[in-house]
Write a protein that binds this ligand. Structure first.
Ligand code: AMP
Length: 431
């Protein structure tokens, strides 16, 4: 019986991996330009890390975590996101003593037990950045500029940055009370989920997807109308930079992000091609998180993008095509086969992408194979070629043969030069 993969856990097949590595390379390049360095964090953490940081009343912690008891009874969890782990590592290694500001990026798999659908998996991959150690609006704006550059480089279709402020410890509590009062006054019209968690997490009222719930809360108070002076100034400063740099954004006062730790700047990116799951990424400022996880009172800001969703919303042509083999060596006979193996080894060491097969296959079947691999040049090595110490080249696209055009002693560079020459000049044709 065949064993299939687990629901929500997908293979990334050979035809797709070129795009993945291209995306990762873009992220590394853009991140490096903005002064970020990579950090690699473990996939498994103590469960407590996420309940304390993401928040007990969030969907992730309430119902989506892959948690399990280790053999010693401790509760472990497959990380559902990166920020908590980064901050844990930051505190554990006292990074603030080594550098005043840490600019970190990461990429890797995350795990959430959500209901799988298009763009929603149980194992998915994120690319994220975090800046720990700055609380000014300029760095929020810079993080958004980085995000914008990355989306542009990846050729995401119609990306739109949605921006909000979630206030801070001064203005959010009174706002929260106002929203709670609103929710209680309209309780009968709320969906079951919102009603149930209203007292514990009233902010979630605003991003509920239930249409009746949405209708009931169209007039709910929003944070942007209740910001204190410093939060207002911070938010305006972020917007000013974005406008000056020509980065489009849209205010979305109902966007609250799913996680408890955000303060002030919060944002999401929506794009085409995603259906109901229209966010490719999101992030924001998390000033209290380092302290909440046992570190000093140091602020942070960052975002995460989902790689699978990026791929869904990328332009069709974006992402490097897989690198095809440059040449296919087709030996005829045992002596030729061992010589072909030797040539392939030499040229591969010289950096050429070489394919060949073995087992005494006919020229016709080797040609078919080379054609399937979309190789442009087949190098034929038969008795004549062995005697003349030079390979015959078949240009597959032009359907032309060049008899004994490449010397067996050629280096990889000489091979490439000779092929380039053949592309320009016609040499005598093999009969
Ligand atoms: P979040 O940490 O929830 O803000 O998620 C950030 C980004 O990660 C989202 O915008 C998605 O692109 C991606 N993401 C989150 N959850 C999933 C999932 N279950 N499947 C695929 N991508 C996801």
């Amino acid at each position: 019986m065949k064993i299939s993969s687990v629901k929500g856990f997908h293979d990334v097949l050979p035809g797709e991996t070129a795009r993945w590595t291209w995306i990762e390379r873009q992220a590394r390049e853009v991140g490096t330009r903005y002064g970020f360095t990579e950090i690699r964090i473990p996939i498994v953490e103590r469960t407590e890390l996420f309940s304390r940081s993401i928040g007990d009343t969030t969907d992730i912690v309430e119902k989506e975590m892959y948690s399990f008891a280790d053999r010693d009874g401790s509760s472990l969890t497959l990380r559902p996101e990166g920020t908590a782990s980064i901050v844990r590592a930051y505190v554990e290694h006292a990074m603030q003593q080594k550098e005043p500001v840490s600019k970190l990026f990461y990429l890797g798999p995350m795990f959430r037990r959500e209901r799988p659908q298009k763009g929603r998996l149980r194992q998915f991959s994120q690319i994220g950045v975090e800046v720990i150690g700055r609380d000014d609006a300029a760095i929020d704006a810079e993080v958004l500029l980085l995000l914008h550059d990355l989306l542009t480089g990846l050729e995401i279709r119609s990306p739109q940055i949605e921006l909000n402020s979630l206030g801070d410890a001064t203005c959010r509590p009174p706002y929260r009370d106002a929203l709670l009062a609103f929710g209680q006054a309209h309780r009968a019209a709320l969906c079951e989920n919102c009603s149930r968690r209203l007292e514990r997490n009233p902010l979630r009222l605003l991003d509920c997807k239930n249409p009746e719930c949405r209708a009931a809360t169209t007039d709910a108070p929003v944070m942007l109308d209740h910001l204190c002076g410093p939060c207002r100034a911070h938010f305006d400063a972020v917007c000013t930079v974005l406008r000056r740099e020509g980065v489009g954004y849209r205010l979305n006062p109902r966007m609250v992000r799913g996680l408890d730790y955000y303060v002030r700047t919060a944002f999401e990116v929506v794009a085409e091609g995603l259906g109901a799951q229209n966010a490719v990424g999101g992030g924001g400022r998390y000033d209290g998180l380092v302290k909440a996880l046992g570190g000093p009172d140091i602020p942070g800001v960052g975002f995460a993008l989902g790689v699978e969703r990026l791929i869904l919303s990328m332009a069709d042509h974006a992402g490097a095509a897989p690198l095809l083999p440059e040449v296919f060596i087709a030996p005829l006979g045992a002596a030729a086969e061992s010589e072909a193996m030797h040539l392939a080894h030499r040229w591969r060491r010289d950096g050429v992408r070489v394919e060949m097969t073995s087992g005494g296959k006919s020229l016709k079947s080797q040609m078919r194979l080379a054609d399937k691999m979309s190789v442009q040049y087949v190098l034929i090595l038969g008795e004549d070629e062995l005697a003349g110490q030079a390979l015959t080249v078949r240009d597959m696209a032009a359907k032309r043969d060049f008899a004994r055009a490449i010397e067996l002693s050629s280096s990889g560079n000489a091979l490439r030069d000779a092929l380039a020459q053949l592309a320009h000049h016609s040499v005598e044709q093999r009969a």
